[in-house]
Design a protein around this ligand. Structure first.
Ligand code: PHE
Length: 468
């Protein structure tokens, strides 16, 4: 595993201090999770109450897990599987510890394998929208049935998915991700500016104020265990935690990095972008569809149905659509690169395959799983798993089951094997650890207990034993 951390660090040029880490972590964090997933979950689970729960979770669970994962990487200088083995072995060589290390490392390492294929399917949808705006289909796309018609087809979504997947893999195979990342860093401010313009436009439409209220004023009647479970899943997804990625990035950093401060910057940046996406989309549902509950509940299709309406009613809708989807395409690409890179590196390290072989086998695997997701909305739409379509099912098991489980292991690794005291000392090597008390409380009590409850309720809910 040392080779992985080293080879990947070399491939990415390593991190020169804090800026490199913050930039890479932000490039991985900001993506479809913020722009596509956050608004639809927020609309679905009651608006303001979801936002409130999400913010509380970012400040507690998000903060604690980001610090922990980064430090696990930094202390072991390894990516997840190796890091788990190494840090448990420092404390104990018992069989139980070995099993713990194996399960913890692999749960973290497997999540990207399940997310990456369906992430590329959605990347394909973005590509399609970008191309359609270039062809000036602004009016047609604003039609309510346009998106459903598109994903209900078989060939088109499949082609766009393959295009996005090939692009992602070509970038990592050619080793040019640094170039792409640099480019997308330049695009990020443009995305923010455009998102602000579109949000202002959305929020000032007649009827949008009800949407603003829906987004910002919590309605406690809408609260349920499902709100917490989905907000937590979203938090993991959006911050790229509980899937080994931040462990790998942490392994490239050195002791001089102020983890506390860097993590704070990533959290704030990622959350602001998610809120901005919410501001573009949620008030628009009220302005253009009168807050129709069916639209609010529409899930993955929300952004693809609502934003075209906004662009259609704006002057310069075609230009806005082209620029917006191009920028989102870049944000999605950098996240997909970080997911695919993690998978390829795991194959290289664990199976000792060459980089080319790992990439090609991963490509075939991702193409098969992604194709199942595409067909799940068209020719296989009658096939559901536990009531979920294939893509939604993958999203559910990773976010609601595997990630809380993996994060729970991370907490145990910290408080039992590494020990919180040692963790504090390591963090303090760089600077004063301002949120030490909060971190210690969270990692010892709040996070493991909370994660166990949420994990158990998601499983019971999935089996229909309880209803959340
Ligand atoms: N955090 C990314 C997003 O919000 C998704 C992602 C998850 C990227 C895991 C890399 C790893 O879109």
């Amino acid at each position: 595993m040392a080779t992985k951390a080293k080879s990947s660090a070399e491939a990415s040029g390593g991190f020169t201090g804090k800026i490199g880490y913050v930039m890479a972590a932000a490039a991985s964090a900001v993506g479809l999770g913020n722009i596509w997933r956050f608004p639809y979950l927020c609309a679905k689970y009651g608006g303001g109450i979801f936002l409130l729960v999400y913010l509380i979770l970012v400040a507690t669970f998000g903060y604690t897990l980001l610090v922990s994962e980064t430090m696990i990487g930094r202390m072991s200088k390894k990516s997840p599987i190796g890091a788990y083995k190494d840090l448990t072995a420092r404390r104990s060589h018992s069989t139980g510890s070995k099993v713990f290390a194996g399960v913890g490392g692999w749960v973290n390492a497997l999540v990207p394998f399940l997310i990456c294929p369906y992430y590329c399917v959605i990347g394909g949808w973005i590509t399609k929208y970008f191309i359609e705006y270039c062809r000036n289909s602004v009016k047609v796309m604003a039609n309510d049935d346009y998106f459903g018609g598109f994903i209900g087809k078989t060939a088109q979504p499949e082609i766009y998915f393959i295009v996005f997947l090939v692009l992602t893999l070509a970038i990592i195979l050619l080793g040019v991700q640094k170039g792409v990342e640099r480019f997308s860093k330049m695009m990020m401010p443009a995305l923010i500016v455009l998102a602000i313009v579109v949000s202002i436009y959305s929020c000032t439409r007649p009827g949008a104020s009800v949407g603003l209220k829906y987004l910002f004023v919590p309605n406690f009647h809408e609260f349920s265990m499902m709100t917490v479970a989905s907000a937590l899943g979203q938090l993991f997804y959006s911050l790229s935690i509980a899937m080994g990625i931040m462990i790998t990035y942490g392994s490239y950093t050195d002791d001089s990095m102020d983890v506390d401060q860097s993590v704070g910057q990533i959290e704030i940046f990622d959350t602001l972008i998610a809120i901005l996406a919410g501001l573009m989309i949620i008030p628009a549902i009220f302005a253009f569809s009168g807050g129709d509950p069916k639209v609010l509940q529409s899930g993955p299709s929300l952004m693809f149905v609502t934003l075209p309406k906004v662009f259609n009613s704006m002057g310069l809708g075609m230009a806005a659509g082209i620029v917006f989807f191009l920028l989102v395409l870049f944000a999605a690409l950098t996240s997909a690169i970080s997911l695919a890179e993690t998978c390829v590196a795991t194959l290289q390290d664990e199976l000792h395959w060459s980089r080319l072989k790992s990439t090609l086998i991963f490509a075939i695997y991702a193409a098969v799983i992604g194709t199942c997701c595409v067909f799940g909305y068209s020719i296989w739409s009658d096939f559901t798993i536990g009531g979920f379509q294939i893509l939604d099912f993958l999203d559910f098991i990773t976010n609601s089951i595997m990630m809380p489980f993996g994060a729970f292991f991370t907490c145990i690794l910290v408080f039992h094997f590494v020990t919180v005291k040692k963790m504090d000392e390591e963090i303090e090597l760089a600077s004063k650890f301002k949120r030490k008390k909060i971190y210690n409380f969270n990692v010892n009590y709040l996070c493991p207990i909370g994660l166990a409850i949420i994990f158990a309720s998601s499983v019971l809910n999935a089996f229909g034993i309880i209803s959340m």
